[in-house]
Write a protein that binds this ligand. Structure first.
Ligand SMILES: Nc1ncnc2c1ncn2[C@@H]1O[C@H](COP(=O)(O)OP(=O)(O)O)[C@@H](O)[C@H]1O
Ligand SMILES: [Mg+2]
Length: 278
């Protein structure tokens, strides 16, 4: 195990964490012809999608459209039935969550998977505790946790020794994101990060997404809330019954056309499905 706790800043400044692919280079992540079947259910049908660096892509669609299945494929939970995944222009095989995290893909699932009976530092380092001479380096871990939260502009947490069970929903989401990005992450995937949150907590999480983007990371965010989507997203990707029916810069859409795409799979008011049409 590494002796030095990683902070968000070391991630950004680190050897692999410079993170910024020139915008004229290949996308951070490219999916081509991704299909996923569960028995007779075809959850994903030939999905082509590019995720650029330094931008927020909102993935939207009705329940059952295939959003979670798509991110689970990117995160190594499901192997696609067919199709290819490329990372910075090179084809990769993402068979396990470990493969995804080794590439620099950090996923925050809806259930957050934090331990309520442990404090923030303990949650941040769960399973990868930092040691010095064989004993836990509590001070180092505490300093690094504070710094990571500060880098992410998370200011409402009173103490990093607070039990996670005592945090608000927005704070929990922030800790989950901080935990995910503490490793060298270049793509952060958030599944419904604001679903359970009130207005001010939602605002906190949206700020956090903007901070990730300003650090040059790529972000994929699944959301049902179109006002959140229009506030943070640079691009929209719409799924309908397993098919990616439309994808483009957020300027191509308004609430009405996004709703139309989500509920019917098409809209005469937006340019056709494109790969990276900006
Ligand atoms: N593990 C699974 N086994 C069988 N079918 C599944 C499984 N996971 C998802 N599905 C099916 O795949 C489709 C897409 O689901 P999902 O990706 O969860 O949609 P979304 O996240 O957009 O609501 C649905 O028809 C769902 O029932
Ligand atoms: Mg889902």
């Amino acid at each position: 195990m590494d002796d030095t706790p990683e902070t968000f800043e070391s991630v950004i400044a680190g050897p692999r964490g410079s993170g910024v692919v020139p915008s004229d280079g290949p996308p951070l992540l490219s999916l081509r012809g991704i299909t996923k079947s569960f028995g007779a259910v075809q959850a994903l049908r030939h999905v082509d999608l590019d995720i650029p660096v330094g931008q927020v892509t909102a993935l939207v669609g009705d329940n059952g459209a295939g959003k979670s299945t798509l991110i689970k494929t990117i995160s190594g939970i499901w192997a696609p039935t067919s199709g290819t995944i490329s990372w910075k222009g090179k084809e990769v095989h993402v068979h396990t969550p470990r493969d995804a995290s080794d590439l620099g893909i950090a996923t925050v699932y809806q259930d957050l998977a934090l331990c309520d009976n442990l404090d923030i530092v303990q949650n941040m380092y769960l399973g990868r505790e930092s040691t010095k001479g064989g004993i836990l380096d509590e001070i180092e871990m505490e300093i690094a946790t504070r710094k990571t939260l500060a880098d992410l502009a998370v200011t409402t947490v009173k103490s990093v020794r607070q039990l996670v069970g005592s945090l608000s929903g927005g704070q929990r989401q922030s800790v989950a994101v901080a935990r995910a990005v503490m490793r060298e992450s270049e793509l952060v995937i958030l599944d419904e990060p604001t679903a359970a949150l009130g207005v001010s907590q939602t605002a906190q999480v949206l700020e956090l997404i903007k901070t990730l983007k300003s650090h040059g990371l790529g972000v994929i965010v699944i959301s049902h809330n179109l006002s959140d989507v229009f506030e943070v997203a640079d691009r929209l990707a719409v799924m309908y019954l397993g098919t990616l029916v439309n994808n483009g810069p957020i300027e191509n859409y308004d609430t009405a056309s996004a709703v139309e795409l989500i509920t019917t799979g098409s809209s005469s008011r937006v340019p056709g499905p494109g790969a990276m049409s900006n």
